[in-house]
Design a protein around this ligand. Structure first.
Ligand SMILES: [Zn+2]
Length: 122
């Protein structure tokens, strides 16, 4: 059992109250008459399936019954952020990767500094 934060209720609730509804931020073609069959096919049937950061639409089905978005890491299942409909995510695949790269670079730098300091002390 884990808990998901509902941005409308303003509190963590049991996961069983929620249902995933697929990829978030899919917009209907603005001019249906001018949309090609391929574009309709993409809109209706094709979804991203990334390894890493993914934006998903969820509904608080047994609570307030409102839809909202979750940014989730598909490898760790970690929920990175929750935001209301109409809002944009602050965490994207690009800035998450940059953040992780900076974090691991910091770890390597700290590790090499620690080794260097150990070497100086020894
Ligand atoms: Zn709710």
């Amino acid at each position: 059992m884990f808990y998901i934060f509902c941005p409308y209720c303003g509190e963590h609730r049991e996961e069983e109250e929620f249902h995933p509804k697929g990829q978030a931020h899919i917009s209907r073609p603005e001019d249906p008459e001018a949309t090609s069959d391929e574009e309709w096919g993409d809109y209706l049937f094709f979804r991203d399936n990334p390894r890493g950061v993914h934006h998903e639409l969820w509904v608080h089905a047994v609570g307030c019954r409102k839809f909202f978005n979750i940014t989730r890491h598909t490898v760790s299942y970690e929920i990175l952020e929750v935001y209301k409909m109409g809002e944009q995510p602050s965490i994207t695949a690009e800035n998450y990767a940059a953040q992780q790269g900076a974090a691991s670079a910091d770890k390597e730098r700290n590790a090499s500094q620690a080794k260097h300091q150990e070497g100086v002390r020894a």
